[in-house]
Design a protein around this ligand. Structure first.
Ligand SMILES: Nc1ncnc2c1ncn2[C@@H]1O[C@H](COP(=O)(O)OP(=O)(O)OP(=O)(O)O)[C@@H](O)[C@H]1O
Ligand SMILES: [Mg+2]
Length: 456
């Protein structure tokens, strides 16, 4: 068959060949377009990755330096340029020693592990700044960089300016010191507050015997007037009748009969005052470290009575104490522990009637165990693990600082004992603490009354 194409005469065979060529050309062209699109999208991704890496490098606060296997600088980040004041163009391709002249070639070699040294970790170095001076120190870490085939291709060095770390550390130290000072102040004011409560209790305690003594002295003064009048009459040589009359008028017999009990009562009141003062002297708050041997049973009783008397809320106190239970330490501090525990119990029993407080002390092995139990609502399950934490309180502001149990825990711990809080199966809270018992001379623990042994 013969056809005419564009003025050409093509045989059927030629025509088929031409169609095939055109088809191939179209295929190649569409492949080209596809490759181009592909290439453009890969280029885009590459640029994005490049921008991403660039932004990461420039926003890094640590300095970054990449060099090849011959220690020639390949890349640096903005932090390094900022630190050294150098321009990137002046550094790329330069040997690493240009930037680290102070370290010397040997250090650079060891930095990079070239001389078989250990990998570089937190090595303090200084770079050369543009002005020719050393920069502030940098803690440098170096690691090997590998190429796509896993072959060593160079090194990556990352450094953190130590000055910044030091400044941060100093600021942290300062903040810590401030916090400690504030905490100390709070502890001090809590101690002062409990001292204040103690003084209120003591004042209440002293009031009774002092007014008793004052009343007696007042009566004694009146009796003195009468007796003086009577003795004067006797000395003036008045008649027996007149003396009898005066004796009846002045009730001299009743006065004489009253004198003995009045003097006894006054002596008792003064004795009570002396005892309170003696107890107070033992509360050597000014000498918290002062250790002495004391009868824990006495301290439990006195502390509980005083703490309870200074309060509006009244509770029935019941004691289960041995005559003597000798421990070594600071009686004042242990007194404070008991005051804290009793105050907590009284706080908890505010709405409970009758409020009951059980105080016990006993010897158990080598320890004295003191228990303070109340019939309040007990400690909530969620609070059990936190009650000894400083500043943990469930009381409204102004009613509790949350330091009472923390201070008590510290005091007991300083005495070589332990303290724990829990709830009683029959309700109410129980706090138990132990203190090491003082052994008597024969190696036994002392619980019976008697002379206090000299040394444990
Ligand atoms: N006997 C108790 N019954 C119930 N809860 C108690 C008892 N004792 C302590 N707690 C709980 O433990 C918390 C911590 O007691 P802590 O003595 O340390 O502080 P506070 O009494 O709240 O304040 P502060 O003693 O400093 O005045 C209390 O707020 C209370 O919730
Ligand atoms: Mg308390």
């Amino acid at each position: 068959m013969l056809e005419q194409v564009g003025g050409l005469n093509l045989t059927g065979l030629q025509e088929t060949a031409w169609i095939e060529v055109i088809r191939k050309m179209e295929e190649v062209y569409s492949d080209l377009i596809r490759y181009e699109v592909d290439l453009e999208s890969k280029n885009d991704a590459l640029e994005q990755a490049h921008r991403f890496i660039g932004s990461v490098l420039s926003s890094m606060s640590d300095v970054l330096l990449v060099c090849d296997g011959k220690c020639q600088i390949q890349q640096v980040n903005q932090a390094l340029l900022d630190l050294t004041g150098q321009a990137e163009a002046d550094l790329l391709g330069e040997p690493l020693t240009t930037l680290l002249p102070f370290a010397g070639q040997s250090l650079v070699e060891s930095l990079l592990g070239l001389s078989g040294a250990q990998p570089v970790q937190d090595r303090e170095v200084r770079f050369l700044s543009k002005s020719g001076e050393a920069t502030e120190p940098v803690a440098l870490n170096a690691s090997l960089r590998r190429d796509a085939l896993g072959q060593p291709a160079g090194y990556v060095l990352i450094g953190r300016p130590v000055g910044e770390l030091r400044r941060a550390y100093e600021a942290l130290e300062l903040a810590h010191a401030d916090l400690k000072a504030a905490q100390q102040q709070l502890v001090q004011s809590e101690k002062l507050a409990s001292l204040g409560r103690l003084v209120a209790g003591v004042a209440h305690e002293l009031n009774n015997p002092v007014s008793f003594v004052l009343g007696n002295v007042h009566s004694l003064a009146r009796y003195l007037d009468r007796l003086t009048s009577y003795v004067d009459a006797v000395h003036e040589g008045s008649s027996a009748r007149a003396r009898e009359k005066l004796r009846a008028e002045l009730s001299i017999d009743a006065v004489l009969a009253d004198l003995g009990p009045l003097i006894d009562g006054t002596r008792e009141g003064a004795g009570r005052v002396a005892e309170i003062v003696r107890n107070l002297k033992r509360l050597s708050f000014t000498n918290p470290g002062g250790a002495e041997i004391f009868n824990l049973a006495d301290v439990v009783r006195t502390a509980a009575e005083w703490a309870a008397r200074g309060r509006k809320k009244q509770a029935v106190l019941s004691f289960d104490l041995p005559a003597s239970l000798n421990v070594r330490g600071n009686a004042g501090a242990i007194h404070q522990v008991l005051v804290n525990l009793v105050e907590n119990a009284l706080d908890a029993m505010e709405d409970v009637n009758p409020a009951m407080l059980w105080l016990s002390a006993r010897a158990e092995g080598a320890s004295a165990v003191v228990g303070v139990r109340d019939n309040g609502p007990g400690i909530a399950d969620g609070s059990l693990l936190k009650v000894f934490d400083p500043f943990f309180t469930t009381k409204p502001p102004g009613r509790g600082t949350g330091l009472g149990l923390w201070i008590s825990w510290n005091i007991v711990k300083d005495h070589g004992g332990a303290i724990e809080a829990g709830n009683h199966p029959e309700g109410g809270a129980v706090v138990l603490f132990t203190l090491p018992l003082v052994a008597d001379g024969k190696g036994k623990r002392s619980t019976a009354s008697g002379p206090v042994p000299e040394t444990p």
